[in-house]
Design a protein around this ligand. Structure first.
Ligand SMILES: [Zn+2]
Length: 412
């Protein structure tokens, strides 16, 4: 029961009439769905890197087309009567896009090989992304431009695309890009004396239908580069929005298009310098604040114990200030910096006198056990995160604990 493959006679046929030969109730992931086998079909089943067609058989939607156990299976939500004469119609917009993608892939693969000696070792033609894996050790835009120029020249020359069904013995007649994986029913797709490859997919009749092919980016992969490309209308719309965006950015920055990169780099550098200046100023301001607190705060056994809850400045700077201050001043600092409704806590002390008897990591654990949060550290410096609620109250508990400790050690 082999379905006649109308797509191999004419890839441009969109509608057909046929007879239902078999209906299978599908299992596994497709449980609840039906597999329709027809006498003949235009629906291309997924294979050779090309996705399966969608469309309609009578009024029933075909969700996908797959090749299974030698049969073309039209996957549907509803069943059909065996023997019924039906009308099939493929989603032509989608299929034509796939035909363009497949043809573009052949031309681009051959261009990479001819221009750079890069072989295509893997292809992905998805619904929204097209990639080629090319075996090259390096790749620059200048190289890619050469490849694109060659591919687009072939497109503009309106080369005819033909298919040849050959036997294994006839293969030598064709300068194939790659040896085919199958031994019989070998189908060679020829792009007008430019590229010959064994492929079971659907393709355009002539190269000019592609309009344009363009590489948009690439990434390094294990054996070479994964190159993303686009073609046809998608390439045009990609060019449209990118061109518009570049012009808008250039206008916004009041520079010429060619100076855009220099201008952005300059802005970035200026921004980096300004950010550094702001951090230095923040440091100075907060350092003064902490120093004022150390001088003005109540002393216990001669040691200033600073409590400071703030919601300004950034935590990195505060940590640096506290780290610097405990080196030069004899003090104990309890600080909470509030950001995003969380309290970033630092309990720290210098190691000069009897304040060194007070363990900050123990105190932080006491604080978080009573008020929630987590953290840890060393006896002279502990850090953690806690809730904003009950912060004052919690600090008071810790303050009293420090007072007890210092009075005890001070009396020794
Ligand atoms: Zn192909």
């Amino acid at each position: 029961m082999t379905t006649e493959k109308l797509y191999y006679k004419n890839a441009y046929q969109k509608e057909f009439t046929s007879k239902v030969l078999e209906v299978i109730e599908l299992k596994g992931e497709l449980k609840g769905k039906f597999g329709i086998i027809l006498e003949k079909t235009c629906f291309y089943p997924e294979g050779g890197g090309q996705l399966g067609d969608k469309g309609k058989i009578d009024k029933i939607s075909v969700l996908d087309t797959q090749f299974k156990d030698g049969e073309i299976i039209h996957i549907t939500e509803k069943s059909l009567e065996i023997g019924k004469k039906v009308k099939g119609k493929i989603d032509w917009v989608r299929r034509y896009k796939f035909m363009q993608n497949h043809t573009a892939q052949h031309i681009l693969s051959e261009s990479f090989l001819k221009e750079l000696g890069g072989e295509t070792f893997s292809v992905h033609l998805g619904e929204n992304s097209l990639t080629l894996d090319i075996g090259l050790s390096k790749l620059k835009w200048e190289d890619v431009f050469k490849v694109e120029n060659m591919a687009n020249k072939i497109i503009s020359e309106n080369r005819q695309i033909e298919t040849h069904w050959v036997s294994k013995d006839e293969l030598d007649k064709f300068p194939l890009r790659k040896k085919p994986k199958v031994n019989e029913n070998i189908r060679i797709v020829e792009v007008g004396k430019f590229d010959y490859s064994a492929c079971g997919g659907t393709h355009l009749n002539c190269s000019s239908e592609l309009g344009i092919v363009k590489v948009i980016k690439w990434i390094k992969v294990k054996k070479g580069f994964r190159v993303d490309f686009i073609c046809g209308e998608r390439a045009l719309s990609d060019y449209q929005w990118k061109n518009k965006m570049i012009l808008e950015i250039a206008e916004f920055l009041a520079v010429k298009k060619k100076d855009l990169m220099d201008s952005v780099e300059k802005l970035f550098e200026e921004n980096k310098i300004q950010r550094k200046q702001i951090e230095e100023l923040q440091y100075k301001l907060l350092e003064d604040k902490f120093k004022r607190e150390i001088n003005q705060t109540r002393r216990i056994e001669g040691i200033p114990v600073v409590k400071l809850i703030s919601n300004d400045g950034n935590f990195k700077i505060i940590r640096k200030i506290v780290t610097d201050l405990i080196e030069i001043e004899q003090c104990i600092i309890l600080t909470a910096n509030i950001a995003n409704n969380k309290a970033n806590l630092i309990f720290a002390r210098s190691s000069k006198g009897n304040e060194s008897q007070v363990e900050m990591n123990t105190l932080l654990k006491l604080f978080t056990s009573k008020k929630g949060g987590k953290g840890g550290g060393k006896p002279n410096f502990a850090q953690g995160g806690g809730n904003v609620e009950g912060l004052e109250d919690g600090f008071e508990i810790i303050f009293k604990k420090i007072e007890e400790n210092l009075k005890k050690t001070g009396k020794k």
